[in-house]
Design a protein around this ligand. Sequence first.
Ligand code: MSP
Length: 653
Amino acid sequence: MDKNCKNVYITTPIYYVNDVAHIGHAYTTIIADMLARYSRLSGSNTYFLTGTDEHGQKIAQSAVSRNKSPMEYATEISAKFKTLWDDFDITYDKFIRTTNEEHKTGVQKAFLKMYEKGDIYKGEYEGYYCVSCETFFTQKQLIDEQFCPDCGKTTSIVKEESYFFKLSSYEDKLLKWYEENEDCILPRAKKNEIINFVKGGLRDLSISRTSFDWGVKLPACLNEPKHVMYVWLDALMNYITALGYGSDEKNMHQWPASVHLVGKDILRFHAIYWPAFLMSLDMPLPKHIAAHGWWTRDGAKMSKSKGNVIDPKEVANAYGLDAFRYFLLREVPFGQDGDFSQKALIDRINSDLGNDLGNLLNRIIGMSGKYFDFYVSSKDVLKYHSKELEQVNDILENVEEYIYKMQINRFLEDIWKVLSIANKAIGDYTPWNLMKEDKQDEAMALVALITNIMAKVALLLHCVMPEKTSKIAQCIGMQINTQTYECILKQNELLKDIRITKVEALFPRIEKVLLEEAPNMIVNEEEKKQSTKKACVDDNEDEDDNLISIDKFFETSLKIGTIIEASEIPKSKKLLKLQVDLGEKNTRQILAGIKEFYSVEDLVGTQVCIVANLKPAKLMGMISEGMLLAARDENGLHLIRPEKNKTIGTNIS
Ligand code: MSP
């Protein structure tokens, strides 16, 4: 988003309807909702789009496996997404379905325009296709010549007549766009990845398929009844067809998008294909494409087969929607991967929300009630507390910048700095002593200072926790709207004399986990077996407990690394401390139980096989960030190493 922008247009990706929503979908949608709410409150004309992506081979196959027609199946799952967002009070302005007639008409018009411009030609596609990612690959890009480099699933060979988009001719224009628009892709590190990818050369993109029919047909005038559009072309166009492109164009003034929110896995489609399509259509490009990281659960990747997928509804029902929203936005810096655990969520609720925020409101209610019959006047705040107010206003003056830079966790951190100024002021000025010393004016000024800080905090936090901040507003007799936002936050006006209304505790303390833990957290072996079996059945996977699918194998990331440092750990008989180069920015520290079998000298400069996606563990107070592969039998322990030296970081498959 940009400062002082009159028209703001915020989008989520449109979700595939091959499965129901999980925490990843909720994360993107909640970030977008937070931005939309903020934008509206600050007075911008805001349009917020979400919806479902319903075409393509993946959906067609999922429907067949459930004995449903693709349309029937898509309608059912799409409705589930919509219901979830409604239950979550997501303030979208439009929920688009790519099976809508207006969308299909718009996509066909766009296709025709690009065709007439000479950017689309007919040819034959020969290569590999990953149905799960709905992505084309060359053989060179595959792992072991058959597996998808993105998700590890088996790809299929595709050889069919196809229309192509001249993506290669947009290489220079794209690079120029990245160069001239510093923040067009956020975070910056992700932008560099995209630039490097484009610099590596772009191939023309196959944009139609003939081997199935669940998709938007090509424009009738091309007379190609066998072709349907490539699902990513169809899907990306939703951002303009939702505004009426190619049909009723009444909302087109909202274009270009202020921000397209996406997960890191689909950034390439948004940061390369989408701007190239728009350039071909002679349309302005989005202002920002912001990519967030992925959520794991208790350190493990979520998957249906593990039975550890987080149902956002369950979490919100158990812990409260606002607390869940706060946790998602606060716990992880935007762009980085995050780990969901109930413990981390409970810590945030009890500490940040209960102690720092909820308790402060209780103190306002308590102090105003005890000393002033719930009456608060701001008349002496400046006289006694100009220093604290200045500190608060200084912090808040810049806090919105973080929203524009998509640094939402820092936005929240700064609000918490302000809360700590308020909490500290109570301890410093001890209003109970002021009352004993008959300094009512000073005590009132202190209560009013805290109440004014609470008013500012409630206005800023409203986009993150709409329900709880409305309670705060009700308590301190304030409306949350654009006008109060302007007066209290922008002009730093103080509250008028107010009467405090008692409200129940905002965030009661949580003493124990409220949801059943994921199967990988279950300690009882029998229970574990049962739950694994259930998950396998749910997934229609092989019921034999001893067999795993290839997908499961690919959940483990095995890599070649070189040991560049090794040292003994004085008090440990078994462990050696290693620094292993995996070709990443920093070396990995790995503590390996191999001291009885290898000396430090044996190891330095040699190659080893590493489990690279293990959750870091603490051993003897030190972090270990991976595991070496080794085999142990009656002849001792031996490391598993590549037969010949391989490039550092090479994947083992
Ligand atoms: N249909 C495409 C998007 C087309 S947009 C023109 C798609 N759909 S999806 O349903 O598979 O994914 C939607 C979003 O969910 C993506 O942004 C993806 O990054 C996000 N997530 C899916 N799993 C996730 C996590 N475990 N954690 C965080 N987000 C993840 O891709």
